[in-house]
Design a binder for this molecule. Structure first.
Ligand SMILES: [Zn+2]
Length: 193
């Protein structure tokens, strides 16, 4: 059995970059420990730094899936590791809903009933491969949303996309006099509940 010696605290350096060409470098000191303990702690630190750096970016309301690649090096030796962290930035749903004039106060009850597709699985469509599309509406305020999910076979950086919209008059021929988001909300509150 190999006995590992305890090393003094040690400096590690990480260089990270994304597919858009942005780069970042950071350093840290890892507390004393055995070589394998320090290397493992440095790996964990590097992955957290990649995640932190990606989340600090300006991604807009739609969110993003960011692939961060990194090289971690031990400043006192030739040891070097490569890795990759996939960071999913959640969309700002309230902002997306506000953009289309939807109700951000509603505690939406999402349903796929009556959304088309096949009867056994309303509101669900296969887009080929593992990709799926889901169409839903809120049973309370009538807001609609479409989720496109690339599934397991997604390409790096490919993400779920969320689109919100208000129901259009043409979707509901019975609706007369709907001209604003407020009218839509009133309609669904009074007529459907
Ligand atoms: Zn709602």
């Amino acid at each position: 059995m190999k006995i590992e010696t305890i090393r003094a605290d040690r400096e590690y350096h990480v260089e990270m970059w994304d597919d858009g060409g942005s780069r970042e470098q950071r350093d840290t000191i890892i507390d004393e420990g055995t070589e394998s303990e320090q290397d493992a702690a440095a790996q964990e630190w590097a992955r957290e730094e990649c995640d932190d750096w990606a989340r600090g970016g300006d991604w807009g309301d739609a969110g993003a899936c960011v692939v961060v690649r990194y090289t971690l090096s031990d400043s006192d030796s030739d040891s070097e590791w490569e890795g990759r962290v996939d960071v999913e930035i959640e969309p700002d749903h309230d902002a997306l809903i506000r953009d289309v004039g939807g109700d951000t106060e509603c505690e939406h009850e999402w349903t796929r009933e009556g959304q088309g597709g096949c009867d056994e699985n309303p509101g669900v469509w296969s887009l080929g491969g593992t990709a799926m599309k889901y169409s839903e509406h809120c049973a309370i305020c009538g807001l609609r949303r479409t989720i496109t999910d690339p599934g397991e076979q997604r390409n790096p950086g490919e993400c779920d996309t969320w689109e919100y919209s208000l129901p259009e008059a043409s979707d509901e021929p019975a609706i007369v006099g709907i001209e604003s988001a407020e009218d839509v909300r009133n309609y669904f509150r009074t007529e459907k509940r």
